[in-house]
Design a protein around this ligand. Structure first.
Ligand SMILES: Nc1ncnc2c1ncn2[C@@H]1O[C@H](COP(=O)(O)OP(=O)(O)OP(=O)(O)O)[C@@H](O)[C@H]1O
Ligand SMILES: [Mg+2]
Length: 256
């Protein structure tokens, strides 16, 4: 079942940069890796897919919703189905880890219920939150404020918040950017668990080896355009991969 369809979608910023006439579709249950050098347009794509920004041209349909002509109420409904891990984490520094994760269900419960959970999390809610944090090896921080955590730990809290949501589509912008290789594997495996539950994952990755090993499909962007769309095994042998890998080597990025 197709859940995203992009036809000649552009998002051009005032400086002339952005995404240029991209075409692709994404089906339910796919784990798609988005790769490309810095500035290629990966985050712009993520922001379009979660309705944070809108196309300047073309047709973008997400769950039967036309993103070029969307009303506010419809957007709120759509966002319930989508969970996003932002590149800059967006955790709330003064709240503890458990409450930050709890906010993953903000769109599913009433304001009153959210306020109740801010003050009091019952045993069942805490147990569920803790089991997600355990998967990401950060359960020991349950009661610590996010402002006291390292960047990599905050990133895992942001991921736990996304995993706690009941979304159908998970969009993650470089979720393993600030963590060591062992933690990167934990994070990727947590997303793979979601995929096995039938969820759809779209993940920006700078680490090409992870993209090739774990994703079902790779989309590579270059200067705002798609230059590769296909299977990881084909990607590993493509000229697009060689170009990106060479640039990474020049920049000192290792595929660890
Ligand atoms: N809000 C904005 N206003 C103007 N230009 C922008 C804006 N956001 C992004 N751009 C430009 O659009 C291009 C794509 O940016 P984007 O953030 O999508 O890249 P990216 O592939 O996510 O890069 P990175 O790997 O560094 O995160 C860049 O040239 C960037 O300067
Ligand atoms: Mg980015």
């Amino acid at each position: 079942m197709e859940i995203i369809s992009a036809k000649k979608v552009s998002k051009i910023y005032s400086n002339g940069q952005g995404l240029k006439s991209v075409d692709f579709t994404i089906s339910k249950g796919e784990f798609v890796g988005i790769v490309g050098e810095s500035g290629a347009g990966k985050t712009t794509l993520m922001r379009l897919l979660c309705g944070a920004i809108f196309p300047t041209d073309g047709e973008l349909i997400i769950y039967d919703t036309d993103m070029t002509n969307i009303r506010r109420a419809r957007l709120t409904n759509l966002r319930r189905k989508i969970s996003v891990v932002y590149q800059n984490y967006n955790v709330i520094p003064c709240l503890d880890v458990a409450r930050n994760v709890m906010l993953g269900r903000l769109s599913e419960v009433s304001w009153l219920e959210t306020i109740r959970r801010l003050f009091f999390l019952n045993r069942e809610e805490l147990g569920e939150i803790k089991s997600i944090l355990e998967k990401l090896n950060i359960a020991d921080k349950l009661n610590e404020r996010c402002q006291e955590l390292s960047g990599g730990q905050q990133q895992r809290v942001a991921i736990a918040r996304a995993l706690y949501s009941k979304a159908d589509l998970f969009i993650a912008d470089e979720p393993i950017a600030s963590v060591d290789p062992a933690t990167a594997n934990l994070i990727i495996n947590a997303f793979k668990d979601l995929k096995y539950q039938g969820k759809t994952i779209i993940m920006n990755l700078h680490q090409l080896d992870h993209a090739i090993k774990h994703c079902d499909r790779i989309l590579m962007f270059e200067q705002g355009e798609i230059c590769f769309d296909g299977k990881p095994t084909e990607f590993a042998q493509s000229s697009a991969y060689s170009r990106l890998d060479d640039k990474d080597l020049q920049m000192g990025v290792t595929n660890e």
